[in-house]
Design a protein around this ligand. Structure first.
Ligand code: UDP
Length: 323
């Protein structure tokens, strides 16, 4: 039986990856320090013989007994509000954490896939973003702690590949949504859905003309799975190219939830990228992958998940913003 270590296992993407690898017949070790993740996302796996959970911070030496075939490094805070709250941990998990996991991969002769991000493109001057674009990042802005940690992560991963001959894979993940997002992590999908379900106004930052392209989590997981088992070592964009302005997106959520919310405007956070859309030609060509689930379908699944929250849970997850 093949053994995989998934870091960030109690988080949004990590928990879905645990589900997928269990389904594919792997022995899964989930690792998380639970700073931003929650055991609720993986509690259904605890009864399984082939799932183990290590409560551990990957910025400290990582030990896994016996053999290990694959590592998926998905541990990191991943929302602008988290970077502001825990900037040092954000830097450490992308740099020191990645270094530890690369060392573990080398020791175990395991293949490692790291979760990079569209944030390596910063506020992009090229549109859509393809993998050969080097980006436009402000190292010392509020997002710099995430963006630069992820850029360093890509760099050290390539160095382990070229210098040690390690089997490495790099996914550049664009905005992804779905069940198990944290309701109060400040990201736009749970923010708008939470506001709608609490009957509050939807808060658009800036004038809402900025764009994002949202990928449903099942599509993302499929892309990651294919990339891990491909032979391609350079970064690959994984995301949905269907781009929308945040203003249009707010209107879609208002319509979908039928809650008649007003839309209100708040200041745009510093360095908030104006446009974002993945060029996924490479993923199509190399992985024969493209997203299958459109926004209307994916948002319905996501809304159904959040509709399962109690009134108390919804109120507890009061929207936070930057001001
Ligand atoms: N956004 C918004 N209202 C909110 C939360 C976010 O208008 O309540 C905007 C935010 O300024 C950004 C976009 O939605 O332009 C996506 O934000 P998110 O934090 O989800 O992700 P990222 O900026 O990292 O793509």
């Amino acid at each position: 039986m093949k053994k995989v270590l998934i870091t960030g296992a109690a988080g949004f993407l990590g928990s879905h990856l645990c589900d997928r690898f269990i389904k594919e017949g792997f022995h899964v070790i989930g690792m998380d320090n639970l700073i931003t993740g929650t055991l609720k996302n993986i509690e259904h796996l605890f009864k399984l013989k082939h799932f183990e959970f290590y409560h551990h911070d990957v910025t400290k030496f990582v030990h896994v007994p016996d053999k290990l075939d694959y590592i998926l490094h998905f541990a990191s805070p991943a929302s602008p509000i988290d970077y502001l709250k825990i900037p040092i941990q954000t830097l450490k998990v992308g740099s020191l954490g990645t270094h530890n996991l690369l060392g573990l991969a080398k020791e175990k002769n395991a293949r490692i896939l790291i979760a990079s991000t569209s944030e390596v493109y910063g506020d992009p001057l090229v549109h859509p973003q393809s993998e050969d674009y080097y980006g436009n990042v402000n190292a010392i802005g509020p997002r710099g702690v995430y963006d630069e940690a992820k850029r360093f992560q890509e760099s050290i991963t390539m160095a382990y590949h070229t210098y040690h001959g390690l089997e490495t894979r790099i996914a550049r993940i664009f905005n992804t949504y779905g069940p198990r997002m944290r309701l109060n992590d400040g990201r736009v999908v749970p923010a708008f859905i939470g506001q709608a379900l609490r009957g509050e106004d939807l808060t658009i930052f800036g004038n809402g003309s900025q764009t994002r392209s949202f990928c449903y989590v099942d599509d993302l997981v499929e892309g990651i799975y294919r990339l891990l088992f491909s032979e391609y070592v350079y970064p690959v964009n994984i995301g949905n190219p269907d781009e929308i302005t945040i203003k249009d997106f707010a209107q879609e959520i208002a319509k979908l939830t039928k809650m008649n919310q007003k839309i209100i405007y708040k200041p745009l956070p510093i360095d908030d990228p104006l446009q974002r859309q993945p060029d996924i030609s490479k993923a199509k060509e190399i992985l024969d992958w493209q997203p299958k689930i459109g926004r209307s379908e994916g948002m319905k699944f996501t809304l159904d998940y959040f509709r399962g929250f109690s009134e108390e849970e919804l109120q507890k997850s009061e929207h936070r913003d930057f001001q």
